[in-house]
Design a protein around this ligand. Structure first.
Ligand SMILES: [Zn+2]
Length: 162
């Protein structure tokens, strides 16, 4: 288990994180995952959206810093206040990261490249387009996909929506 989070969690820039002390009680009556109350987590992070029109997120993370639940807030301080309601005393455990928007963007791009989620034709990533498809000819975004398939008249039954 790593004490430091990756630069990006759930596609968001991590601006601060906290390793939750095991002794800190988790008070939760409003956060649910799959219909069950979320139980205590070892890690918290503040996620800043890399795209406009998204909220700041308080990310509840597992031992590997994978987000298992999140709550949306309009500011970082609101997100921290929410964390404080669930983990009283967590305030002194927050550690600020120095990750810049650009660093987070390139970290996120690397993730997408490693996963092969770039359009083979225009190079855009999954989050830049409405949808992506895997075909026998490669991975295509919905825009390029429409053009190429309508141009070739090829069958579309091998497509898999990502
Ligand atoms: Zn494309």
């Amino acid at each position: 288990m790593s004490q430091r989070p990756p630069l990006v969690i759930a596609g968001m820039r991590v601006s601060a994180f906290a390793v939750v002390p095991a002794a800190l009680p988790f008070r939760n009556d409003n956060l649910f995952v799959d219909g069950a109350l979320l139980s205590a987590v070892p890690h918290l992070a503040i996620g800043i959206p890399l795209d406009v029109k998204s909220e700041v997120c308080l990310l509840y993370c597992d031992a590997d810093w994978v987000s298992v639940a999140c709550s949306g807030h309009s500011t970082c301080s609101e997100a921290r206040a929410s964390a404080e309601r669930h983990y009283q005393g967590i305030g002194e455990h927050w550690i600020e990261t120095a990750t810049t928007h650009e660093q987070a963007l390139s970290a996120r791009d690397n993730e997408y490249d490693e996963a092969g989620l770039r359009c083979s034709r225009c190079g855009r990533r999954a989050y830049e387009v409405s949808s992506m498809f895997e075909t026998a000819l490669g991975t295509f975004c919905s825009d390029c996909d429409r053009e190429s398939w309508s141009a070739s008249g090829a069958a579309t039954d091998t497509k898999r929506t990502l």
